[in-house]
Design a protein around this ligand. Structure first.
Ligand code: NCD
Ligand code: ZN
Length: 350
């Protein structure tokens, strides 16, 4: 049967391997949007102040669980924010006790709330060595921050200048290259070592840089790494639908209020939590690859992180256009939901 004929698809409940939940009123509003469809998520630590220590991760996890509606289940998989002062013993304690599943590496200045990130990568060597010893994954924001490097080239340059040297010095470290946006990154991961994987976002499978810049500037399509040209988007779709175990979903759903995005210096981040699964089904259907969706959303990620896939399932059913709000309201202000630019027909049922 051709994929086009499929009107119903049951898969193991998906996980989101890169998610921003924020804190306080924003957390309260956005958490149900992820928990509705996703069983687990890797929670990004770029709060203000950042989630650096095991104790901070534990406290943040408690705040997330306190914000979860009582009729929902969801498991936050916490990460620690790498700084040049990060203590290898604290990292090991966080991992062995189950408080944190990974460490997030932000080059200082690369993105939202990354000022406390890393400038001198040699200074984190003891932490990386320890992580390799204990099997703890490193999640990497793969962009250089040198202002002389064109923003569209920052991911490719990062691979050569930072990632390859880290990998060379530490072949045993498990590395997830987060939210890849280029064919260069797809090729790097595909050719790499067994300990290397990549997350791909929903929006990078759908938009290219024209969506941001052609016909007027569209701040709601601005995120980091910035969407690249169409050939790169096509390479990402090919990787996502390939079934290759090294590629899995990390939505990078990153809510900012509209006033924070719609201003002369607007924030980077796209909020995809409410309609991600419908968007992905549409993308996979268009590529005649619906049977590969489960590997991307529900199997490859847990495999890399050494966790069992979820037992529960969701069913996607094709029907009339899916309705979802243009914005959700939060205690901090309205947050606009990702507009894929085409109607969605795949409804998620529990
Ligand atoms: C993220 C955010 O807002 O925290 N923004 C984004 O554009 N993706 C940070 C990040 O993951 O780079
Ligand atoms: Zn992110």
């Amino acid at each position: 049967m051709k994929d086009a004929a499929l009107t119903s698809l049951t898969l193991r409940r998906p996980d989101d391997w890169h998610l921003h939940l924020r804190d306080g009123a924003m957390l309260q509003a956005v958490l149900p949007e992820s928990a509705r469809h996703f069983a687990r998520a890797i929670i990004m630590p770029n709060l203000v102040p950042p989630v650096v220590t095991a104790a901070q991760a534990s406290a943040y996890r408690d705040r997330i669980m306190a914000a979860l509606p009582s009729d929902m289940t969801f498991e936050p998989l916490m990460t620690l924010y790498m700084t040049e002062e990060t203590d290898p013993d604290d990292v090991e304690a966080a991992f062995t006790s189950g408080i944190a599943r990974a460490v997030k590496l932000y080059p200082a200045g690369a993105t939202t709330n990354s000022a406390s990130g890393v400038t001198d990568f040699d200074r984190i060597r003891p932490v990386l060595d320890r992580m390799a010893d204990i099997g703890m994954p490193l999640c990497v924001h793969g962009e250089v921050t040198d202002s002389r490097i064109d923003i569209f080239d920052r991911e490719a340059v990062f691979i050569d200048k930072v990632l390859k040297p880290i990998r060379k010095k530490n072949p045993d470290l498990k590395i997830v290259m987060e939210h890849v946006t280029t064919e260069d990154a797809v090729d790097y991961v595909r050719d790499a070592h067994k300990n290397t994987a990549a997350t791909i976002t929903t929006h990078h499978l759908i938009i290219n840089r024209n969506n941001i810049l052609a016909g007027g500037i569209k701040p709601h399509y601005y995120c980091l790494p910035v969407a690249k040209r169409e050939a790169h988007r096509v390479a990402l779709v090919q990787a996502a639908i390939s079934g290759d175990k090294r590629f899995f979903l990390g939505t990078d759903s990153a809510p900012h209020t509209d006033p924070a995005k719609l201003q002369p210096c607007g924030c980077a981040g796209i909020f995809t939590a409410p309609n991600t699964m419908s968007c992905l089904a549409e993308v996979f259907e268009a590529a005649e690859a619906l049977p590969k969706l489960e590997a991307f959303t529900s199997l490859n990620g847990p495999r890399f992180y050494g966790l069992p896939p979820n037992e529960a399932t969701i069913t996607l059913k094709k029907g009339d256009p899916v309705t979802y709000p243009e914005q959700i309201s939060t205690g901090d202000g309205p947050v606009t939901v990702f507009d894929p630019g085409f109607p969605l027909h795949w409804h998620v049922t529990p």
